[in-house]
Ligand binder design. Sequence first.
Ligand SMILES: NC(=O)c1ccc[n+]([C@@H]2O[C@H](COP(=O)([O-])OP(=O)(O)OC[C@H]3O[C@@H](n4cnc5c(N)ncnc54)[C@H](O)[C@@H]3O)[C@@H](O)[C@H]2O)c1
Ligand SMILES: [Zn+2]
Length: 356
Amino acid sequence: MASIPLRLKDHSYDVLIGPGVRTSLAEVVGRLGAGRAVVVSARPREWVPDTGVDTLFLPARDGERAKTLGTVERLCGEFVRFGLTRSDVVVSCGGGTTTDVVGLAAALYHRGVAVVHLPTTLLAQVDASVGGKTAVNLPAGKNLVGAYWQPSAVLCDTDYLSTLPRRELLNGYGEIARCHFIGAPDLRALPPAEQIAASVALKARVVEADERDAGPRHILNYGHTLGHALELATGFALRHGEAVAVGTVFAGRLAGALGRIGGERVAEHHDVVRAYGLPAALPAETEPAELVRLMRHDKKALSGLTFVLDGPKGVELVYDVPPELVTRVLDRMPRAPLAELVGDAQPAATPDTARS
Ligand SMILES: NC(=O)c1ccc[n+]([C@@H]2O[C@H](COP(=O)([O-])OP(=O)(O)OC[C@H]3O[C@@H](n4cnc5c(N)ncnc54)[C@H](O)[C@@H]3O)[C@@H](O)[C@H]2O)c1
Ligand SMILES: [Zn+2]
């Protein structure tokens, strides 16, 4: 089992990673001094161990469509009916949509009640549950309403991953692959639990340096500028992590075209992404001009086209990259039909290896 500390100015917690770590829940709740707990989950009740205190289990829907202010309101209403106080605790058990919406409900209920996350997808374990960002969607777009609310503990039980479908695993591996270029060691040959621990450790250090996204935290968006555009352009047929993988390959090629990195490092982007079984080519159905238009509207693009790129001084935000160059690099990307891209993607880990 790995324990990754996250130390912030006025709040610290540990992220526990490994098989069976969910059984620490009662101990965590005990340490918080909570008298009651509400567990919110779309997963089976048996997935959540005993909390050691009087507990309400609230079944919830998950997925993007449940990530709304309406869900937050409904959850808070249930908290009141159960008599949850500000010294009690809320527990989320599920993927990133669950940790996001439950995290926001905990941030708002009585202006903040402790929350413990039990992330059950690879993406939620390596990314969504760690770092304190919570949000819900509006009809106008994803994650438009949210708050920073750090959990009191995160229990990444790798046994949960044994039931994850192949593409959900790949979704998480997209985020692990981009860690290779933003300060993590080479994780390709490691067992999943160690890959998760290293990715969480990297995110923890970045969040410690920049909890509120004022600067250094932008490196976590490596591969995401094109990634977000690809999700939109494919109507979310490419999963987030898959789109980030293609975006990572593109970020390498763009940094190469700008003379920021050499050919070997450009090729490393492709090799790392493929080693995780992720797609590395642009979907043939997408148009470079349309992708450039979508990238101009990326919320991280303060002025012109902005990318997080590798370079001689390490990874940094590069502003105002000429659109003609971006289009040229997109034009030269390998292309494959969408169905082939996602069908061709090999599992990065089998359920059995995900257990170790
Ligand atoms: N707050 C942050 O910092 C942050 C960071 C990254 C992503 N996110 C958010 O996370 C969300 C995506 O998370 P996600 O990919 O986990 O999505 P998700 O919660 O929709 O889960 C994906 C699918 O996996 C299923 N599932 C969950 N656990 C399972 C298990 N153990 N076995 C089998 N199936 C399981 C779910 O029912 C769902 O169908 C997005 O809404 C994104 O905005 C937040
Ligand atoms: Zn991401």
